[in-house]
Each structure stands twice: as C-alpha cells, then as structure tokens.
Design a protein. Sequence first.
Length: 78
Amino acid sequence: MRKIQVRLPEQIHERVKELAQAEGISMNSFIVASVSNEVVRQETRDFFKEAAAGFDSRAFSEALAAVPDAPAKRADQL
C-alpha cells in the first residue's frame, strides 16, 4: 500500500471528518472509499462510452422490427 499526502481546504477536511464519524470509520477509510468510488464511476463511464461508439441504429431497428407486436403477458404487467 502506498502513502500520499493530500492537502484539503479546511471546509472539506471538516466535512470529511464529520461524514467519516457519522459512518463510524476513519477519515482514511472514508477517503479511500471516496476515491475508489470515483475510479469506478469513471471506468463505468468509459465502458459505456466505448459501448455506445459501436451502436448500430440500423441493426437496432431491425431487431425491434423482429419483435412481434403483441400485448404484454399478465405476469409482465405492473
């Protein structure tokens, strides 16, 4: 595990401290979880951006056209 030094504005530091205490965890654990969540958010964004780049509207329209026009089954209704 690596150590880094982070400088936080006083207001952010106090808020992180409050939130960590409310969760019953250390500030370090809170910051690690926050950074981890941001990494996952950006990786997810990149995944969907890449997936969307390969979207073929014609193939999608053809697939929809192949679905029979029928009422929803009772079990599928809300």
